[in-house]
Ligand binder design. Structure first.
Ligand code: GDP
Ligand code: MG
Length: 308
């Protein structure tokens, strides 16, 4: 009898795309669990993030036959400060180290200047991995518009396989997964099957605190916040104890983040704690403080300390 078993496939998929196209939403939808920080504001995801998806061929109890390791690359943009430069370098390295590149674009708009920067980055890679272009947000446009967008984006990355999707409605996500698995190399799983993410929990916690702060502060402290996790201790059945510092760039931002009688900081802490508890499935005690660190964006030493 012929052997019907398919070879196991596994690989690293670098997710790239300009801010706000829906990368985090897509990863979360594919993983079915909140792993990356999703926010209506651009650029909340500054760190490399990984989610691991184990795919089985059909029935629910089938053993996995593919493992996709998603790497969420930092945003790429024309560098205006040191942080921008470091992020672009890191992005290029992530792309070159991956087995497949998943370029996420917003189908509701024509290619933007920031997409062009990514096209340039892709064509300049030393080791070009296959590219899938996920044309996201098709729920917002009609069929004719989609056709035009396909043509426009194909000009930017001629070698890409284009897959129209909607991360929020879930439309065509199965198709996207099939196209991804098709292009993965044969190989054993990199991580044990039950492991969904290997992102350090403290990094996720930092992202969730930053997301909570940005959501609550709106435009009052524009992007000038960095989070440092000072302590992350397991207390077994009592959950986890987390201490974190929110760094702001200006003295005048500190009272805004703290709020009257500490009200704002308390709100940020509550929102972040709930997200961290939802993510980790256990109780969390979260303690926040605020400090001023002028020009942290341009300070190499500080950026390294924050892990950029
Ligand atoms: P990222 O910066 O690329 O990670 O983008 P996010 O995942 O944070 O998404 C940015 C915004 O686009 C959020 O408000 C999402 O809800 C929204 N969004 C993401 N995917 C879709 C989609 O398929 N359709 C629509 N209508 N909105 C989407
Ligand atoms: Mg994101």
């Amino acid at each position: 009898m012929e052997d019907q078993t398919q070879a196991f496939k596994s690989g690293f998929v670098a997710v790239m795309g300009r801010p706000n196209v829906g990368k985090s939403t897509l990863i979360n939808a594919l993983l079915g669990q909140k792993v990356a920080a999703v926010s209506p504001r651009p650029q909340t995801t500054r760190k490399r993030q990984m989610g691991i998806l184990n795919l089985a061929p059909g029935a629910k109890d089938d053993p996995a036959n593919a493992q996709i390791v998603f790497v969420d690359t930092p945003g790429v943009h024309r560098p205006r400060h040191k942080l921008g430069e470091l992020m672009n370098q890191e992005a290029a390295e992530t792309l070159e180290d991956s087995d497949l590149i998943l370029f996420v674009a917003d189908a509701s708009q024509p290619p933007q200047e920031d997409d062009q920067i990514l096209f340039d980055l892709l064509s300049g890679l030393r080791r070009p991995a296959p590219v899938i272009l996920a044309l996201n947000k098709i729920d917002l446009i009609d069929a004719d518009t989609l056709q035009g967008r396909k043509t426009a984006f194909a000009e930017g990355i001629p070698r890409a396989q284009i897959v129209p999707i909607s991360a929020t409605t879930g439309s065509q996500l199965d198709n996207l997964l099939a196209e991804i698995v098709d292009r993965l190399p044969e190989g054993l799983p990199f991580f044990p099957e039950e492991q969904v993410t290997d992102l350090y929990e403290r990094d996720i916690a930092a992202d969730l605190i930053r997301e909570a702060a940005l959501n609550l502060l709106r435009d009052e402290v524009p992007h000038g916040i960095a989070i440092r996790i000072d302590q992350f201790t397991e207390r077994n059945r009592h959950g986890a104890y987390i201490e974190a510092t929110l760094f702001v760039e200006r003295e005048s931002h500190k009272p805004i983040v703290i709020g009257k009688n500490g009200k704002m900081l308390k709100q940020i802490g509550t929102a972040a704690r709930q997200e961290i508890e939802a993510m980790s499935g256990r109780k969390v005690f979260l303690r926040l403080r605020v400090k001023v660190r002028k020009n942290w964006r341009n300070d190499d030493k500080i950026l390294r300390r924050f892990g950029y």
